[in-house]
Write a protein that binds this ligand. Structure first.
Ligand code: GLY
Length: 253
């Protein structure tokens, strides 16, 4: 069970965030409203939410998940692979220090963004994406081992982050899209395939028994319902325009 979440208010500069999407520029006012509803959804799942102030210097900084891995035993501050995102860690460290005594740091030339890390119990899958390299993953696995956890690397080509294309919903259930559907790494799980036209909804998140899923993806919603979960839809259309998924908007621990 998770108790806490950390989120960060989107900055006006988010309209200049990194993106490969062709959905147009985000509407900032709408993004703020959607972000507030996201916070409400986290609270409905029983989480105490820390809300960090917007930082205009970092357009992508609302996607807090990438800058830290928060485990039950330690927090690991990442070294984001995207140049414009590297210094996002500095504003996050004091907040992490309020929650964790044990804090570790990924060092260059290792890079890693925690959107590339999927937790399954004590095991952490690490996607080798354009943002996460092998040195970063090796350092992360060494830290996980130090605190009694395990990690393994997953090769990938199609998606921005590992969790853009695969997400664990607890109870052995996994949502997977594209290249992740038949990856041997995930063969032991009960995999539900998400259709390509709903790929964005693969990034649905288990929080204390409820699945947060993006609004507007009916086939995925039905799949999750049929797995027996309670669902909370969240409209995150303005964040989708920046390639940001539901999980990217919070740290949960
Ligand atoms: N726009 C989110 C990211 O590229 O990291």
């Amino acid at each position: 069970m998770f108790k806490n979440a950390i989120v960060k208010t989107p900055s006006r500069s988010m309209i200049n965030g990194i993106t490969s999407a062709t959905l147009g520029q985000p509407d900032y006012s709408k993004a703020l409203i959607q972000h507030k509803d996201y916070i409400n959804a986290l609270k409905e799942c029983g989480l105490k939410v820390t809300v960090l102030e917007a930082d205009e210097d970092f357009p992508d900084s609302t996607f807090v998940e990438d800058v830290a891995l928060c485990t039950p035993h330690c927090a690991i501050i990442t070294n984001p692979g995207a140049e414009t995102r590297k210094k996002e860690i500095h504003a996050m460290i004091p907040t992490i220090e309020q929650h964790y005594k044990q804090i570790e740091y990924i060092q260059a030339p290792g890079t890693i963004e925690a959107g590339d890390i999927m937790m399954v119990g004590n095991h952490y899958y690490i996607g080798l994406s354009k943002r996460t390299n092998q040195q970063g993953a090796n350092q992360m696995i060494a830290y996980l081992n130090k605190y009694g956890m395990q990690g393994s690397m997953v090769t990938m080509k199609e998606f921005l982050h590992l969790k853009t294309g695969v997400n664990y919903l607890e109870n052995n259930n996994l949502l997977a899209c594209g290249e992740f559907f038949d990856k041997p790494d995930f063969a032991q799980y009960n995999i539900s395939e998400i259709a390509g036209d709903e790929a964005y909804a693969t990034n649905s998140v288990w929080i204390n028994g409820t699945i947060l899923t993006p609004k507007g993806f009916p086939k995925t919603k039905l799949i999750i319902e049929n797995l027996g979960y309670k669902i909370r839809e969240v409209d995150v259309s303005e964040f989708e325009k920046l390639d940001g998924g539901l999980s990217c908007l919070s740290l949960r621990f």
